[in-house]
Ligand binder design. Structure first.
Ligand SMILES: C[S@@+](CC[C@H](N)C(=O)[O-])C[C@H]1O[C@@H](n2cnc3c(N)ncnc32)[C@H](O)[C@@H]1O
Length: 185
């Protein structure tokens, strides 16, 4: 069930340095990301994860950062320029039904969907689109805030992911979140 899209102003809280105390991007994502990878950040907002991901993938890698809100992407672009990683990030406005990343289909090594699944109207379709972007064996970390999403709802999301061909590999611990590491195929 969709809880509605988070307003643009909430994006400023999501990139507050204090968030590092419980959502340290390196701690959460480094185990899954190597230099040279192509990474997809679904629902990137202002880039709390996108910018550290850009550092993790290095000069040879790319982070495809998609969001339904153009305003979020504009703020991300500014922050990325300041962090001097703008050239590694491909910001892309997506729609509720498409990630709008045709040129990255089947080549994404790793995707992250952090605090976004509960905002979409069709989670099954979102997982199908993520699965289409991932290469065979590619992985996806999905995390949902415990404050907004009940465990039953998260489990329903995982069933939809499975129907899309994304299978649970692990359930890493992420503060305040339900989390699962999925694998394509
Ligand atoms: C709660 S924020 C989380 C942002 C970021 N992942 C983080 O953890 O800081 C959710 C973001 O997902 C975006 N969003 C909502 N529906 C989406 C969809 N169907 N596809 C892509 N992004 C979406 C919203 O615009 C918002 O920026």
């Amino acid at each position: 069930m969709s809880h509605g899209v988070c307003p643009h102003w909430v994006g400023y809280f999501l990139v507050s340095p204090l968030r590092r105390l419980f959502h340290n991007p390196e701690k959460i994502l480094q185990p899954f990301v190597n230099p040279g990878m192509t990474v997809l950040d679904v629902g990137c907002a202002m880039g709390w994860f996108t910018i550290p991901l850009a550092r993790m993938v290095g000069h040879q890698g790319k982070v495809v950062a998609v969001d339904v809100q153009e305003k979020m992407l504009r703020s991300l672009a500014k922050r990325a320029r300041k962090a001097e990683v703008g050239e590694r990030i491909v910001p892309r406005a997506c729609t509720a039904t498409s990630l709008e990343v045709p040129e990255f289909e089947g080549i994404v090594d790793f995707a992250v969907a952090f605090a976004v699944v509960h905002e979409v109207s069709d989670a099954g379709l979102l997982f199908q689109n993520i699965a289409r972007a991932l290469k065979p064996g590619g992985r996806c970390l999905v995390a949902e805030p415990k404050g907004h999403v009940r465990i039953e709802e998260f489990q329903r999301s995982l069933s939809m992911a499975e129907k899309a061909g994304l299978y649970v590999l692990d359930t890493p611990k992420v503060a305040g979140s339900h989390a699962a590491l999925l694998r394509k195929g």
